[in-house]
Design a protein around this ligand. Structure first.
Ligand SMILES: Nc1ncnc2c1ncn2[C@@H]1O[C@H](COP(=O)(O)OP(=O)(O)O)[C@@H](O)[C@H]1O
Ligand SMILES: [Mg+2]
Length: 335
């Protein structure tokens, strides 16, 4: 969603010009998975900020205040152009809230909708910048665990900014597990197989999600799709990956190999960390493409000709050809 202020909907809690603690509401920016984001003027600092206020569904949840505190703590641990900056948190009228720096630009979801398939060089460039931000998180022992275009803003200068550390895993954190938030976590399109299986996830879980994003940037759709969440999850666990260099014009085998490595089902077979991925994105000409043979499905035509069914079909065709040839031969003899 664009960060242009949109009119309040009737379900929005706050209205333009309302005062909420020391903030004056200027507009509703977006509705997230579990919260509403407002553009607000901070009467104390004299700056415009983004105010995150929990959705009605979780507003009475006593753990929410603590979650926002943690989200702020995570953001304060980090300092990187690709990471949203946290400014504060608080509670007003029993409603917890989180204050973050206002980011201009638009949601990456909008860019994906409008501009994909993206030129491979641009897709690589954008992915690399997001990988850089995630490497910074991982170097500080923070795993995001909810990397998806909805949680990334693209600034006017093209700089991606990763937000929403609501599900982030930090060293020693054990209270907020993925399991107890997964009901509200939204789309499974970016969920790694180990997350689907209920594991906490590690840096390679974020790497998988970034692989899904790169795939989507290159093709315009995520690699695993289905009619409902369960179908998508089943695809993540069992579905075959197409060879991007065969199905998507302009994608080199090297870039297809990078995507395939990010999307390996077994985390041990993915890149070990974001730095290894960044290295390959920066040196695409040196990427080994051997992985494509085992990590991707051959294209359907090739698979058809190589399928075991082709043996009896092949024999039948040969027999038929022999019979026809014989018939023609006999006919010729009779003349
Ligand atoms: N600081 C910000 N500046 C501009 N837009 C923001 C900011 N923070 C969030 N948004 C917008 O609000 C949406 C929801 O924010 P997010 O933190 O992901 O909430 P949730 O945890 O409910 O998913 C984002 O997708 C983004 O479009
Ligand atoms: Mg979100």
């Amino acid at each position: 969603m664009s960060n242009e202020t949109v009119p309040f909907s009737s379900t929005s809690m706050l209205q333009i010009s309302d005062q909420f603690d020391h903030f004056q509401i200027k507009g509703h920016i977006a509705q997230g998975g579990m919260s509403d984001i407002y553009r607000a003027y901070d009467l104390l600092s004299g700056k415009e900020v983004a105010l995150k206020i929990p959705d009605k569904s979780i507003i009475g949840d006593p753990a929410q205040y603590e979650r926002f505190q943690r989200e702020l703590e995570v953001m304060r641990t980090l300092d990187h152009p690709a990471i949203q900056k946290g400014l504060g948190s608080g509670r007003f009228n029993n409603t917890p809230y989180l204050v973050t720096e206002l980011v201009g630009g638009e949601s990456m979801r909008e860019l994906v909708k409008r501009n994909t398939p993206l030129d491979p060089a641009k897709a690589v460039n954008l992915t690399r910048k997001i990988a850089d931000g995630l490497a910074h998180c991982h170097d500080h022992d923070i795993i995001h665990r909810d990397v998806k275009p909805e949680n990334i803003l693209i600034g006017g200068d093209g700089q991606p900014v990763i937000l929403d550390f609501g599900l982030a895993l930090t060293k020693g954190s054990h209270r907020v597990t993925y399991a107890n938030l997964s009901n509200t976590a939204g789309t499974p399109d970016y969920m790694a197989p180990e997350q689907i299986e209920g594991h906490r996830g590690d840096r390679r879980t974020d790497l998988y999600a970034l692989g899904v994003i790169l795939f989507e940037l290159l093709t315009g759709r995520p690699p695993f799709t289905g009619d409902n969440h369960l179908a998508v999850m089943a695809q993540h666990l069992k579905g075959g990956l197409p060879r991007l260099d065969k199905v998507q014009p302009g994608v080199s085998p090297q870039l297809a190999a990078v995507v395939a490595r990010c999307l390996r089902r077994d985390p041990d077979e993915r890149y070990a960390d974001m730095h290894a991925l960044i290295h390959d994105l920066d040196n695409l000409d040196q990427v080994d493409t051997a992985i494509l043979d085992e990590a991707t499905q051959p294209n359907t035509v090739a698979r058809f000709w190589r399928s075991p069914m082709m043996v009896p079909i092949g024999i039948a065709i040969l027999l038929l050809a022999a019979i026809i040839a014989l018939a023609f031969g006999l006919q010729a003899l009779h003349k």
